[in-house]
Every structure is written in structure tokens, then in C-alpha cells.
Design a protein around this ligand. Structure first.
Ligand SMILES: [Zn+2]
Length: 445
């Protein structure tokens, strides 16, 4: 049994004014309903988009969450079409604008606006989520972009300083060996980064025999955290792995796991989460796999109402062994937008990650689907581990057949017998990407 109170519960109980009493579901739900009504009023009164978008509703506040499930969704395309229409304050009140490149057909960027107050919410979430991973005197290495004021790296640095720990911002680096050396030299106790980059750093760290006694924890942030990558990092660095889930539209902080490591505890003070059927949009019961939808509850600059994230996950019904009152999402299955259709079903980069990262000789890989002629071709470009990363003795032939075998272990791939597979082995290093891991689609002419 885990006795310590989950730090996010303590933080949220304080904000809800529970006067030292533990956080419970009734308090969270009353707060959410109250904030939801205020958000709807605020958005209707001040955002041109929501005035129009919600005009078909009578204006009476929802009496229950079932009522609220009748409200229309907000989509990424709505934001792309005209992000300024979402603003509830003047542009002078906005302290940070994030422009996201999108892969949509319109090619329009997606802009998200935050006030200083909105960013304070993210800072609070980071600070209290990190409290279980770092404390006074610790050094924390951040392998994430956004060192500009208000970027994710900057917000993490500020949260880490609030814990009297020292941030070591590195950003996205192409040189995993140098990052490992820097980490060892600084005696970092926590690494924060995206899985593939942390894996590369961990391999160098281990292969160079750098001291590991200070390094105790790793926090992985991504929509797609493969079990195989987690297990390898934990074994290489002999450390505990935490996971964080969030997206820019949320201001990054959506959920984080606890020391029980069994799903993401959701940030329910500032977001209302729903899981809906991706096709019909109807709410799904707990434990059913569906699309995660969120509504901001306290955001002033650019509130989002029933925003479809494109991430597929399940809400966990059972209480967590850690005793937290915050609901959990199990692992993020995949991004709906990243699914590629084959004759045997849909496949995602996450499924390929799970299968291929089991192979010891792989440093990283990219995947693309070429549709030309009669049969589609799935091309996997495999970047092999270098000697410096402790390359195991798999020769090219063995690696190639290991990849084929791993792909064949994926049911959708087995069912899609019309798909030709092409494996290309690359001796060079794969550049570390800032974007999401996706199967690229290439249409033939
Ligand atoms: Zn827990």
C-alpha cells in the first residue's frame, strides 16, 4: 500500500478550498460543474467563434454532464480556420502564442493563445507533478524544445526551480553522446524527454560506462510511449520511469502517472475530460476505448469547449493504489489522425514502435506507406545502433529478417497480405525529430 498523498491531489485540494481535507470525487465534480458554467458564459460572451458555435443552444447552463454531452465539439480545423475568433481577451493580454504546424490539407497553422494566468496553471501542474520525481538540490536535465519564455522547456525549468532543484535545459539535441556526458558531469538525477531521444542517450550513457548512481528517474513525454522503449531505458539506466501526457492545446499538462505507474492521473481541476466514440461522438462508459475530448475549465485567453484531441485511450474505472481521487487514462493507444488504413485494418506508428523497438539492433526507424500501382508498399527505414551505443552483433541479414518477423507479429500486418514490405537499413544516424512520430503517406503518380 502506498501511503503518501499524491502531490497533485494536495495541490488541487488546496485550490478547491478543502481546508486540509483530502480531495474526493464529489468536491472535484462540484468544482468542475461550477467552472464549466463560468467557462460557457465567458466563451459565449467574449469569443466570436463560440457566440456563433453555441448559438443553437438556448443559453441555459447545462444541468449535468449528460446535458453537456449535447454541446457541439470544437475541432483542430475550427482553430485553424481562424484562431483569433477564439480569443476572449484582447491580444495585449496574451503573453504567449504557440503556432503549430499541421499536417491537414488546408496547410493553415494552428495558433494557441495563453495569458500569464493560463500559463500559471501549467506551471502549477508541472511543479506538483514533478514533486514525486525531484526535490531540493536535484539536477534535472530537460531534453525538450521550448527554451523561449513560455515554451515547454522554459515552463519546466521554472517549475523545477520552485522545487529548489536545478534545471539543466538541453533542448532537442542531435548528439546523444554529448548529452549523456553532460548528464553524468552534472550528476543529473532526473531526465525529461521524448522516448526515442532518451533511449539514445541511455544507450550512450551505458556504453560509455558513465556513473549512474545519481540518476534515479526518467520522465517520458509523448503521445506514443512504447513499452519496449520504456523497458529498455529502465534496464539501461536502472531507474524508475514516469510518463506525462499533454498537448499544446492543453498548455501541455494533461496528466501524469504516480508511483504506482498505472495510467495518467488527469489534471481535473483545469480540464473536464470525456471519452467519446470517434465515429458517432457519443460518450462512452469507462474502460471503453475512444477519443479523448477536453474542455478547459479555468482558461481565460482561449477557452476550448469539447475539443477533440485525436488521441485514443480508455478512462480507468478502478481507484488507483496510490489513493488519488483523480481519474486515470490508461496508455494513449494512438493518435486517431495518425492511423493508416490497410486491407487488414488500421495501423498506427505506435503499433510499429511496440513491435520494432523490441529488436536490439534498432536505434530508430521511420515508416512510410506508398500507394502506387496495385499493391501498397510499407517502407521501413531502419537506423542501426552505432558501436558507440553498444551495437549488438546483428548483421544486416539478421536485422532485416528480425524486422520482417516483428512486422508479422502485428495482427493487422498479418491480415494485410497485399502490402509489400521494404526494409532499408541505414548506417547513418537518424536526425532527432521535433514532430510526432507518424507513418508518412506517399501517394504515387
Ligand atoms: Zn495513482
Amino acid at each position: 500500500m502506498i501511503a503518501a498523498v499524491f502531490p497533485l491531489d494536495r495541490w488541487i485540494a488546496g485550490r478547491l478550498g478543502l481546508g486540509g481535507a483530502p480531495l474526493d470525487r464529489a468536491a472535484i465534480e462540484a468544482w468542475q460543474m461550477d467552472c464549466l458554467r463560468q467557462t460557457l458564459d465567458w466563451a459565449r460572451g467574449r469569443s466570436a467563434f463560440y457566440r456563433r458555435h453555441l448559438s443553437s443552444l438556448d443559453g441555459a447552463p447545462p444541468r449535468s454532464l449528460a446535458d453537456f454531452a449535447e454541446y457541439p465539439f470544437t475541432t483542430a480545423a475550427d482553430i485553424q480556420a481562424d484562431p483569433l475568433q477564439f480569443l476572449c481577451l484582447s491580444q495585449g493580454d496574451i503573453s504567449r502564442v504557440v503556432t503549430l504546424d499541421t499536417s491537414g490539407t488546408t496547410g493553415l497553422p494552428k495558433r494557441i493563445f495563453f495569458t500569464g494566468e493560463d500559463q500559471e496553471v501549467t506551471l502549477g501542474f508541472f511543479e506538483h507533478g514533478l514533486r514525486q520525481m525531484a526535490g531540493p538540490g536535484d539536477k534535472v536535465m530537460i531534453l525538450l524544445p521550448g527554451d523561449r519564455p513560455g515554451g515547454v522547456g522554459d515552463l519546466l525549468s521554472r517549475a523545477i526551480r520552485r522545487l529548489d532543484a536545478t534545471p539543466v535545459p538541453v533542448g532537442i539535441s542531435q548528439d546523444a553522446k554529448a548529452v549523456a556526458e553532460l548528464g553524468a558531469r552534472n550528476a543529473a538525477s532526473l531526465l525529461i524527454g521524448i522516448p526515442v531521444q532518451v533511449l539514445a542517450v541511455a544507450r550512450h550513457w551505458r556504453a560509455m560506462g558513465l556513473p549512474r548512481d545519481c540518476l534515479r528517474r526518467v520522465l517520458l513525454c509523448s503521445d506514443n510511449i512504447s513499452e519496449a522503449v520504456c523497458a529498455e531505458i529502465a534496464a539501461l539506466l536502472d531507474c524508475e520511469i514516469f510518463r506525462d501526457w499533454g498537448m499544446t492545446e492543453m498548455g501541455y499538462g494533461g496528466g501524469v502517472d504516480c508511483i504506482a505507474h498505472d495510467g495518467y492521473h488527469l489534471q481535473e481541476a483545469d480540464f473536464l475530460f470525456e471519452v467519446v466514440d470517434p465515429r458517432s461522438g457519443r460518450p462512452l462508459p469507462p474502460e471503453a476505448l475512444g477519443e479523448v475530448v477536453f474542455t478547459t475549465l479555468t482558461r481565460r485567453g482561449m477557452p476550448l469547449i469539447r475539443y477533440r484531441t485525436g488521441d485514443l485511450a480508455r478512462l480507468v474505472e478502478d481507484p488507483c493504489p496510490c489513493g488519488s481521487a483523480l481519474r486515470r487514462l490508461d496508455r494513449i493507444e494512438t493518435r486517431k489522425t495518425g492511423l493508416v488504413s490497410l486491407s487488414g485494418g488500421d495501423i498506427s506508428m505506435a503499433a510499429l514502435d511496440d513491435a520494432l523497438f523490441e529488436i536490439p539492433g534498432i536505434a530508430d526507424f521511420s515508416a512510410s506507406l506508398l500507394r502506387e500501382g496495385r499493391s501498397p508498399i510499407l517502407r521501413i527505414e531502419v537506423f542501426q545502433r552505432t558501436r558507440a551505443e553498444g551495437r549488438p552483433g546483428l548483421d544486416a541479414m539478421a536485422l532485416q529478417s528480425a524486422v520482417m518477423e516483428a512486422l508479422d507479429s502485428i495482427p493487422v500486418m498479418r491480415r494485410s497480405s497485399d502490402v509489400a514490405i521494404e526494409v532499408v537499413l541505414r548506417p547513418d544516424m537518424m536526425p532527432v525529430s521535433r514532430g510526432k512520430r507518424m507513418i508518412r503517406l506517399e501517394e504515387g503518380t
